[in-house]
Design a protein around this ligand. Structure first.
Ligand SMILES: Nc1ncnc2c1ncn2[C@@H]1O[C@H](COP(=O)(O)OP(=O)(O)OP(=O)(O)O)[C@@H](O)[C@H]1O
Length: 320
């Protein structure tokens, strides 16, 4: 770029900016500067403070963060149960800020499936496992004999996939917590949603059962190709996915990506994890709290642009 741009330069810049693809144009889930403000008793709480998040089709990812960081608020928005105060959110081509009540109902029935922490919130207590899985299919439509047959097949297929075929005629109180959550995943997958959202799905389970539930999510992701977003406090669960995004104070702050690598000396496969910080479109970067503490960084830091990286140093100036 020249220091003193001509009118032609400016016109060219404006044209190329217009031609640049929209943020998240190729993502299945796009959250763009998402804001959610709650007002209770005259006090405002900013649960989401300009959160950016992109999730691609076919991903299985975890969202982690301290209590109160905004995870459930984000999940409720993506589930179509709550609306953002500002920003943009799109899921599988649906604009979550522009939906009518009718669109929202159809969205919740067919585009997203959800699994909640409380096993009791996921299933109707007076229906069997098979009836619970059949319910969303019935609500979605085809009541013909052919429809009934296809429905029964789909129910059997899903219970089989999630290894709870033996529970088909049992009511929730006749199943273990782990079996109930597997059936809940089958219910959530019944209408073949584009996205499966799970908010602390292993929160009420012991660690061994939690691992099995997690394996069930992985099966759904690999076999059905469903995009899955899981909120979890469980570090072991978070470590099982390729991508973990951390939310801090209503914004995405860091991201851990894991990939498998074959160790050259032992020939064994091992998982290599690398932590990334999120850079927003205004160029803002949130440094991890432990990095800041380790170098006692405060208020102002020194920056230096190198050929292939940017250095960040504690403030070394004498002017305080
Ligand atoms: N309906 C509401 N009315 C007022 N404030 C709310 C409401 N829902 C959430 N908040 C506030 O918004 C912030 C984010 O809450 P949220 O439930 O999204 O956090 P979270 O990360 O899911 O926490 P946890 O891990 O404890 O479930 C908190 O300060 C919370 O008190």
């Amino acid at each position: 770029m020249t220091a003193d741009p001509t009118l032609t330069d400016l016109a060219q810049q404006a044209t190329s900016a217009r031609r640049a693809p929209d943020y998240g144009h190729d993502a299945l889930i796009t959250c763009d500067r998402l804001v959610r403000i709650f007002s209770a008793d005259g006090i405002e709480v900013q649960a989401l403070q300009g959160l950016d998040l992109l999730v691609r089709e076919g991903e299985l990812m975890a969202l982690v963060g301290a209590s109160g960081s905004g995870k459930s608020t984000l999940m409720n928005i993506l589930a179509g149960l709550d609306t953002p105060t500002a920003g943009a959110a799109r899921v599988a081509g649906h604009d979550l800020l522009a939906m009518t009540a009718k669109d929202r109902l159809a969205y919740r029935r067919t585009v997203v499936g959800f699994v909640w922490q409380q096993t009791s919130r996921n299933l109707l207590p007076y229906l069997t496992a098979a009836q619970n899985v059949a319910l969303p299919l019935q609500l979605a439509g085809d009541r013909s004999r052919r429809g009934r047959h296809a429905r029964a097949e789909r129910v059997a297929e899903l219970l089989e996939l999630l290894e709870v075929a033996d529970c088909r005629d049992r009511r929730p109180h006749e199943m273990s917590g782990g079996q109930q959550q597997r059936v809940a995943i089958a219910v959530a997958l019944a209408n073949d949603p584009a996205v499966l959202l799970a908010d602390e799905p292993t929160g009420e389970l012991d660690s061994h059962t939690a691992e099995q539930i997690f394996a069930a999510f992985r099966t759904a992701n690999e076999r059905l190709g469903t995009t899955i977003v899981i909120v979890t406090h469980d570090q072991a669960v978070a470590g099982e996915v390729r991508r973990t995004v951390a939310i801090r104070d209503g914004r995405t702050s860091t991201e851990v990506l894991r990939r498998s690598e074959v160790d050259e000396t032992t020939g064994r496969e091992r998982v290599v994890a690398r932590e990334y910080a999120m850079l927003d479109r205004a160029g803002r970067l949130q440094l991890p709290a432990d990095y800041i503490r380790a170098l006692d960084m405060r208020d102002r830091v020194a920056l230096e642009l190198e050929e292939d990286h940017i250095g960040v140093w504690p403030d070394d100036s004498t002017e305080r």
